[in-house]
Design a protein around this ligand. Structure first.
Ligand code: 5AD
Ligand code: SF4
Length: 467
C-alpha cells in the first residue's frame, strides 16, 4: 500500500481500482501507467472487480469482435453499479483505449452507466477526469498536444518490482502508414516518438528495480527516431545500442515493426548486440502484391522476403513472427495461394492470423468485393494449419539444444519455474536451476505446441549471458 493510500485509510477505507485490458502490449503498458498514476491519487489496485470503486476497461478497436466484447462486458458491470447505487461505495465506470477514442460519446449513449470515456492520448489527465466524473459524464478524446508520458508519474521501485523481471517500455505511438484495413491511425493518431532521454531514464528505473529484459513498444516501433546527445538524428538501431550499454539490461526486444522502416542500421544492430534477442515480429499481412497494394502496404512480397534474408544473414538463428489477414476485399483464391507461398518461404516461428474485419471509417470497409465469411473461415483454417506446423517444427528443432533462459515466474507445480528462451518460447524448467531473474543455460528435452521443457546444464552468470 502506498503512503498516500495509507494516509487516506486513516479516515476511510482506501479506494480501489480494477483495470481490465484488451488488445496489444501498448494497452498493457498504458494500463500499468494509469494504475501507477491512480495509486498516487489514492486508488489501490485490485484484481477483484466486485471490490472496486473504479472500474476501467482499457479497450481495443482493431477488429469488430474486440469492440463488441467491451459492450457485453459493460452490460455486466452495469448490474454491479446498480447494486452499489445506494451504498456508501458507488461505482465509477470508465472506458479507455481505442474504442473510447473511436466511439467517444456514442459509448455513453449506448451504455449510460459509463461515467468517463478517455482516449489513449490523454491518460495523463486520468486523476482529474475521474474526479470530474463525480459531477457528470466526461468524454475526453481530443489529441493532447502535451506528451502524456512526460506528465505521468514514473512507476515507483516497488510498483516495478511487483511486476517481475520483464517489462514493456513504450517508445513510439501512432501510425502514419494508413493501411486500408486498419483503425490505428484514427485511434492512436500520427506517429510520435518519445525523446531518447525519457526512454533512458525509464529504462534505468526499470533495471534498478530488478528488470532484466525490456521490450520496446510502438505501433511502428522501428519508425522511432530522435535526437542524440549531440543533436544528430537517431533511429531505433542507435537507441538499442545506447540501451545495450545500460548496466543491468540483459535482454532487449522490440515490437511491432513495419517492413518500410526496417533500416540497415537496425538489421546491423542484430549482428552487433548480443543483448538484442534474435526475434523479429514483422507483419506482412498477405503474400499477393495485388492485395498488398490494395492494403496500401507500400512493399511487395519480394521486398519483405529480401528483408528476412538480410536479417537472417546477420543473425542466422533469427526467429521470425508475423501477422496475416485473410479475406481482404478482392482477395481471390490465387491471391490466397500467394499468402501460403510467403509463409512457406519465410518459415515462421510463430504468427497471428485473422479474418479481415470491416472497420468503420477505413477505406477497406468501403471496398467492393468483400469476401464471404465462409471463404474467410476456410482460408484462415488452411493458413493456421500451415502456421501451426511451422511453429511446432520450430519448437521441435530446439530439442537437444543448450539455450539461455531468463527465469520469469513460478510454474504450475512447486518444483517448476517458467522462463523465456531468446526466441520468446516459454520454457518449463526444474526450480533447482536458479532463481527468478537469473539467466540459466538449460538443455531443451521436449517441445510442445506453445512451450518447451528443459533440464539443467548449470547456471551461468547473468552478466556474462548479457555480455
Ligand atoms: N481485420 C483483421 N485484422 C486486422 N488487423 C488490423 N486490422 C484488422 C482488420 N480490420 C490485424 C493485422 C495487424 C494486427 C495487429 O491486427 O494483422 O498487424
Ligand atoms: Fe487494439 Fe490497435 Fe488500439 Fe492496440 S493500438 S489496442 S491493437 S486498436
Amino acid at each position: 500500500m502506498s503512503e498516500l493510500t495509507k494516509n487516506a485509510g486513516a479516515e476511510a477505507a482506501p479506494k480501489k481500482v480494477f483495470i481490465k485490458t484488451w488488445g496489444c502490449q501498448m494497452n498493457v503498458y498504458d494500463s500499468m501507467r494509469m494504475g501507477d498514476a491512480l495509486e498516487a491519487e489514492g486508488y489501490a489496485p485490485t484484481q477483484d472487480m466486485d471490490d472496486a470503486d473504479l472500474v476501467l476497461l482499457n479497450t481495443c478497436h482493431i477488429r469488430e469482435r474486440a469492440a463488441e466484447k467491451v459492450y457485453s462486458h459493460l452490460g455486466r458491470i452495469r448490474q454491479l453499479k446498480k447494486r452499489r447505487a445506494d451504498t456508501d461505495r458507488p461505482l465509477t465506470i470508465g472506458v479507455m483505449g481505442c474504442v473510447a477514442q473511436a466511439e467517444g460519446e456514442e459509448i455513453i449513449k449506448r451504455e449510460q452507466a459509463v461515467d468517463l470515456v478517455v482516449g489513449p492520448q490523454t491518460y495523463h489527465r486520468i486523476g482529474e477526469v475521474v474526479r470530474a466524473s463525480k459531477t457528470g459524464p466526461q468524454v475526453i478524446t481530443d489529441y493532447a498536444v502535451e506528451d502524456k508520458f512526460e506528465h505521468m508519474p514514473l512507476a515507483t521501485k516497488r510498483q516495478i518490482t511487483a511486476r517481475g523481471v520483464t517489462a514493456f517500455l513504450t517508445v513510439q505511438e501512432g501510425c502514419d502508414k494508413f493501411c486500408t484495413f486498419c483503425v490505428v491511425p484514427y485511434t492512436r493518431g500520427a506517429e510520435v516518438s518519445r525523446p531518447r532521454a525519457q526512454i533512458l531514464t525509464e529504462a534505468r528505473a526499470l533495471v534498478d528495480a530488478g528488470v532484466r529484459e525490456i521490450t520496446l513498444l510502438g505501433q511502428n516501433v522501428n519508425a522511432w527516431h530522435g535526437d542524440s546527445r549531440t543533436g544528430t538524428v537517431m533511429g531505433l538501431g542507435d537507441l538499442l545500442r545506447e540501451l545495450a550499454e545500460v548496466r543491468g539490461i540483459a535482454r532487449l526486444r522490440y515490437v511491432t515493426s513495419h517492413p518500410k522502416d526496417m533500416s540497415n542500421d537496425l538489421i546491423e544492430a542484430h549482428r552487433d548486440l548480443p543483448t538484442l534477442m534474435p526475434y523479429l515480429h514483422l507483419p506482412v499481412q498477405a503474400g499477393s502484391d495485388r492485395v498488398l497494394k490494395a492494403m496500401n502496404r507500400s512493399h511487395t512480397a519480394a521486398h519483405y522476403l529480401d528483408i528476412i534474408a538480410r536479417v537472417r544473414k546477420v543473425r542466422p538463428d533469427m526467429a521470425i513472427s508475423g501477422d496475416f489477414i485473410v479475406g481482404f476485399p478482392g482477395e481471390t483464391d490465387a491471391d490466397f495461394e500467394e499468402t501460403l507461398k510467403i509463409v512457406e518461404a519465410t518459415n515462421y516461428a510463430s504468427c497471428f492470423s485473422f479474418k479481415y474485419s470491416k472497420r468503420p471509417g477505413t477505406p477497406g470497409a468501403e471496398m467492393a468485393d468483400q469476401v464471404a465469411e465462409e471463404v474467410k473461415s476456410e482460408r484462415l483454417l488452411r493458413l493456421q494449419g500451415l502456421l501451426n506446423e511451422q511453429q511446432l517444427a520450430f519448437n521441435a528443432g530446439c530439442i537437444g539444444k543448450t539455450v539461455d533462459v531468463l527465469l520469469e515466474k513460478p510454474g504450475r507445480h512447486e518444483d517448476q519455474l517458467i522462463g523465456r528462451s531468446p526466441w520468446l518460447q516459454s520454457v518449463i524448467v526444474p526450480s533447482s536451476v536458479g532463481a527468478i531473474g537469473d539467466i540459466v543455460s538449460v538443455t531443451i528435452d521436449a517441445a510442445h505446441a506453445n512451450s518447451l521443457s528443459a533440464m539443467p546444464v548449470g547456471p551461468i552468470n547473468a552478466e556474462e549471458a548479457a555480455a
